[in-house]
Design a binder for this molecule. Sequence first.
Ligand SMILES: [Zn+2]
Length: 337
Amino acid sequence: MRAAVLLRPGAIELQDVPVPAPPPGGLVVRVRTALTDGTDFKAFRRGHPRMPMPTPFGHEFSGDVAAGDSNGFSAGDAVMCVHTAPCGQCYWCQRNQEELCETIMPTMILGAYAEYIAIPERIVKRNCYAKPSDLSYATAAFLEPLSCVVHSLDLLNCRADDTVLIIGDGGFGLLHAMLLRQSGATVVLAGRREARLKIARDLGIDTINARSRNIGEEVRKRTRDRGADVVIECTGREEVWEAAPDLARRGGTVSFFGGLPADAKALFTASRLHYDEIRLVSPFHFTPAAVKRARDLLVEKKIDPLPLITQTVPLAEIATVFERLKNGEGIKFAVTP
Ligand SMILES: [Zn+2]
């Protein structure tokens, strides 16, 4: 089969590799749709602390079971799943912090930009669902990014009367905006790419173009000078991390959703954090409960993420697609191996 390998930052190669065999208690899935994603793009651009290279590439997908018989799934079943599952046994799992499970990252599977992917038993058991026939493979492939956003919002407990500033107009910023709006919160999305901001506005989301407007001034205008109740950083850039607390109101919350490179540091004004009681949270990954709720949102059609797909392309174009993303084109691409 053909499978994309990220050799090093900036270098994707399509290789001929053997079709995987089902792991014990696991499945092999024929990938029908894999989505490009901000995490993959960061790995492509600058490397990733959790992704030693060369590495199989891609982790948002849906498809059909090709081999294996596990947990009620067998050949021919359409499935939607994520690329990790917690162990359920370790210190963190026992304390309902399954997203921090000590083996969740070492056991993650990568390689969705390929014709087939092997799913270990632990993922089949915890984080794999049947894909209903009336849900497209592309929509089902949003299960993983949506799980991240559901978990992120779990840590925030936003109120319906909150004004939430989201910084970053990529897929994660837009998914946060779409989901938050359902809770009734007032959402403002700040970004620098007009084409992406237009997609947000078409969905009825208020936007700030940070190239032509000052985010702080625009937020104060919308909040009687207070600042945002909640600020969600979705860019993964140090300067945005550092600017975020000053955009929150006294007693507000800042969420650092976009991870930084392994050696990055961010500087904050201590008096602002302490005397204005700014709460900082840093959501990472997701729990099986978040995956389940993301699944419900998609299956019950409470959220339609398809406007975030820029184009559907064959696997052969995977390297070109990441070059296009690097050139600032598009949001998410759907790859159909
Ligand atoms: Zn664990």
